[in-house]
Ligand binder design. Structure first.
Ligand code: SF4
Length: 375
């Protein structure tokens, strides 16, 4: 298949791996920022092909995983109301809130619908003027522009029964938070290619300079990831810390200016909590004053919700790269994709789900765990 097969070519992969093996003289730990990259790394076993001492730390770039529990609980509360049609992408339906998930709200009679675009939700609002239609807008710089565009359209068309429950987050402040954590072991980043498709490279040189870390913008196919790792290893061995673009087929230096303008018009930057990590200053967006009437939190007054995380779940440590999923005692036992205790087991981009799906069931040198097989 074009644009896939050529980036999975085993011969080219071997050449990149030979270069990495020949270059790496020291142990290095680098973080792949995006959950899509984690999924690809574990699926193709790329981490197992690297030289001993080259460690990939799985970063927090899974939108479902980092959406805070209080926002999930607000979604559940709004979706339970009889006047509401609650719209979401499918991956949010099984994310556990404090006591239930959206599937359970739906089975109890809530009108919860899976849509493929926020514009589908806007169409539903136009077709159902006597109902309130809410879209669950989560994610990074990748999903924020289309959600902003939908609110912009709603205002332009005068669709007053549409609103957005917003939990958007930004990558650069998360990199800053990771690098300033006392437990940080990260020496370089494979930045998320699709985020840079929107935002370009401009936010990264100050971070590379301040923390003396190479940042290589990397794609998602096996050859993309190996090329990103190869460039990082060269920089680390040569004592450089530069921003490089290893994903030029998708990323331009300036990103997508139209999408950036839409973000500026519709949102304002705010402090945001990340599930498992906590508050990161200036790390998210909410609707700006001009669009506040379309903010579902504001419309449904769900500001004061108390939350309760599973005591067993260590997803915060997974999301910060402090442990691998199979180091959590609940992994594959109390916690499976069918019965997830934390968001990192729900989403296909979550590190715990990737380890489970591709059968990384136990730490090297330890015996297999008892597991509940996936159907
Ligand atoms: S395996 Fe489950 S309980 Fe453990 S950290 Fe991952 S999501 Fe949380």
């Amino acid at each position: 298949m074009r644009y896939l097969d050529e980036f999975r070519d085993p011969e080219l992969a071997k050449r990149l791996l030979d270069d990495i093996h020949a270059t790496a003289k020291h142990p290095w730990a680098m973080m792949e920022v995006c959950g899509g990259q984690t999924h690809s790394i574990i699926r193709h076993g790329l981490d197992q092909l690297l030289p001993d001492g080259i460690e990939l730390i799985h970063g927090p770039g899974c939108p479902v995983c980092v959406t805070p529990l209080d926002v999930i609980d607000k979604a559940l509360e709004i979706a339970s109301r009889p006047e509401v049609i609650f719209c979401s992408f499918g991956d949010m339906l099984r994310v556990p809130g404090s006591g239930r998930d959206l599937f359970q709200v739906k089975s109890a009679g809530g009108d919860v619908r899976v849509v493929y675009s926020p514009l589908d939700a806007l169409e539903l609002a136009r077709a159902n003027p006597d109902r309130q239609v809410v879209f669950f807008g989560i994610g990074f710089e990748t999903t924020a522009p289309p959600n902003a565009m939908t609110v912009y359209q709603a205002e332009k068309l005068g669709v007053e029964n549409f609103s957005l429950l917003v939990s958007h987050v930004r990558v650069p402040p998360a990199i800053e938070a990771i690098m300033t954590s006392p437990a940080c072991r990260v020496q370089a980043f494979l930045a998320a290619g699709h985020v840079c498709t929107v935002m370009g490279l401009g936010e990264y040189p100050p971070l590379a300079e301040r923390f003396a870390v190479p940042i290589v913008v990397t794609g998602f196919e096996p050859l993309d990831i190996l090329e990103g790792i190869r460039r990082v290893v060269h920089q680390l061995e040569e004592g450089r810390h530069e921003v490089e673009n290893a994903y030029p087929r998708a990323v331009a230096a300036g990103g997508n200016p139209v999408a950036q303008k839409m973000l500026e018009d519709v949102y304002e930057v705010v402090d945001r909590s990340w599930r498992g990590i906590g508050m990161i200053p200036q790390s998210g967006w909410r609707l700006s004053e001009r669009y506040r009437a379309f903010d579902a939190e504001h419309r449904f007054s769900v500001g004061d919700i108390r939350t309760k995380e599973s005591a067993l779940c260590r997803s915060g440590e997974v999301l910060q790269g402090l442990i691998k999923p199979h180091e959590c005692a609940a992994f594959g036992k109390e916690c499976t994709p069918r019965n997830p205790l934390g968001a990192t087991m729900v989403s296909s981009e979550g590190a715990c789900a990737a380890y489970y799906l591709y059968r990384r069931m136990h730490l090297p040198g330890t015996g297999p765990r008892e597991v509940t097989p996936v159907g």
